[in-house]
Structure formats: C-alpha cells, structure tokens
Design a protein around this ligand. Sequence first.
Ligand code: UT7
Length: 329
Amino acid sequence: MTKITAAITGVFGYVPEDVLSNADLAKMVDTTDEWITTRTGIKERRVLRGEGLGTSVMGAEAVKGLLAKTNTKPEEVDLLICATVTPDHFFPATANLICEKVGIAFKASYDLAAACSGFLNALVTGAMFIESGRYKKVVVVGADKMSAIVDYTDRTTCVLFGDGAGAVLLEPSNNELGIQDFILKSDGAGAPHLIQKAGGSAYPPTHETIDNRWHTIHQEGQAVFKFAVTRMADVSAEIMERNQLTGDDVAFLVPHQANKRIIDATANRMGVGPEKVMLNIHKYGNTTAATIPLCLWDYESQLKKGDNLILAAFGGGFTWGSVFLKWAY
Ligand code: UT7
C-alpha cells in the first residue's frame, strides 16, 4: 500500500489595504527609515483598521479566496485550523468565526497558538489528519492582527509587526508529494523574552495592567535575536541533513519573516543562495503566523511540481521548527 502524504494543493493570502510606512512610524516614535531598513529589512507593513474588525476578517478573506481558487465547496472541508496569537476573542476560537464567515458549518475547527511558529505547527497537525486517512480536505490558516497588541509608543517593537493572513488547503497525495518531514520544538524558558504579559488568566485586565502596557508585546530584541539566529538555522540544517539534501537540492527556503538578518543567516547555514529565499518582510513586516503562507502565496507562480521547500520559523514561547515538503503542483 502506498503511503498517504499530505500535500498543499492551493494557497491564498490577504493583507489589509492600509499601509503603515517607515516614514509614517518616524512621525510617531524616534526612529528612521534607515534604522528600520538596515536592522530589519522592513519598509512598510499593513494594518487592519475599523472598529470590531479582528483577525477572523482577514482569515476569512484568505479562506474565501482559497476555496474559490481550488474549486472547493465549504461543505467539503473536514477541518479548519487557525494559527494565531491575536484571536478575535479568547473564545470562541477564531477558526470557528472564520468557518461561520465562509459557510463551513458543523465541521471541526479550532485555534492553535504557537506564536511565530504557529503556521508550521498547524500545518503539521493538519497533515496528521490527512496522513491517517481520516480527513480529505484540511484548511490551515495563519492569521494575525499584530497591530492590536503593538505598543505604538515603543520604537523597539512597533516598527516590526504588521497584519495579514494566509491559508493553504491540504489534501492526500498518492504520489508522495507534500510534507516529507518536520522538526518542531519549544522552550518555555524563553517566555520572559517575548511575551504579552496581561489579558490572560495570570494577569486579567485591570487599570494597573493597562497603565503598565502589559497588554502589548514585550520583546527583548537582542536576546530573541540570539536564539532565533542559531535555532532557526540549526533545525533547517538538521532537516536537510537527515533527508540528504544539499543547498542545490532546495528550490526555496520559506522562512518566517522577523528580521532579514536572521533569514540571511539561516540561508547561509543551509548553503542556499539569496535567489532561493522567499522574502516579503519589506512589504508586510512580521505578520507572525501569516508570514509563511503569505510567502507561499507571493511566490506561488515560481514554484514547480516536485520542488523541495524548507519552511522554517522561530518565535515566542520560544517555539521553532522546520518542515521539508515537496511542492505538489
Ligand atoms: O518573530 C518573533 C521573533 N522575533 C525576532 O526574531 C526578533 C529578533 N530581534 C531582532 O530582530 C532585533 O533584535 C531587533 C530588530 C528587534 C533590534 O535590532 P538590534 O540590532 O538587536 O538592535 P538593539 O536592540 O541592539 O538596539 C540598538 C540601538 C539601541 O540604542 P542604543 O542603546 O545603542 O543607544 C536601541 O535603543 O538601536 C536603538 N533602537 C532604535 N533606534 C531607532 C531600537 N529600536 C529602534 C528604532 N529606531 N526603531
């Protein structure tokens, strides 16, 4: 019996229209386009504006586009997983709200929180349902409205993040395309370095938590950078080694877009040239769970059936990981 593998058979993305440029930020905090560009690679990012509009609005747009493009009827979807750290509400899950918005009814749907590695964790989780033979069509969404938790008075974090969503369809492949291997890791000791301290059960909202800005992202940039640069490269190199891949065998590195310098270091370690690195950090910034599916969406036309892709991420938790997949179309 041939092994069932889980293949990505379609991708779609959505970013809000409103652009927040480096020049705009330089009017809000003490920063410059030059500093942001050289330290991070970011030129602009998108922001979802409008009262009551949450992450599910962007996720639903991505899923609507995905279903239309792949000729998938909402009732054919067995499961929808949404990776996010900026859910519309703690409950119900943003995945439930996306399903409601796109007409997926009475199917399994839930959120998964693994910060910047959320999409990789959700992708692997979805793939397990396909590989087991249990489900035929799984939608995996990575979506974050980071502008909801950014402190726009803190120049060390507000320049980094943006809003967006990406979605992929996973289906069984009987010619062994799709996900081949994965490495997923976490280390809760990283929590103090990258955290939204309040709003959960440890520190429910009070006047004090709001005055202290504990509902926004706290990041110790240098500490996170140090771990990101080594761990993202480590898991990328490890997955290549154990699948006997050299840089020449890899069609594209699809890295989480947190900092261009982290991406360059990972590509370097893998022996992959810059022409084979997917990049969209300059136009979207760090959209957390959305960076990787948005990259796949942007580069889809350059991909060929059978291409070897290495997906890699590092972020809050800490969480990090890599996925090796063969592009299926
Ligand atoms: O996706 C989740 C995972 N997150 C990451 O992977 C992010 C990892 N970290 C980073 O990407 C980088 O650490 C940052 C981009 C956040 C910061 O870059 P850095 O090269 O590590 O800068 P730094 O924190 O060492 O700061 C250098 C200087 C400081 O000034 P002094 O102390 O040298 O006078 C900062 O105050 O740059 C200053 N600075 C800024 N200056 C202008 C910090 N932010 C800004 C800013 N504009 N926006």
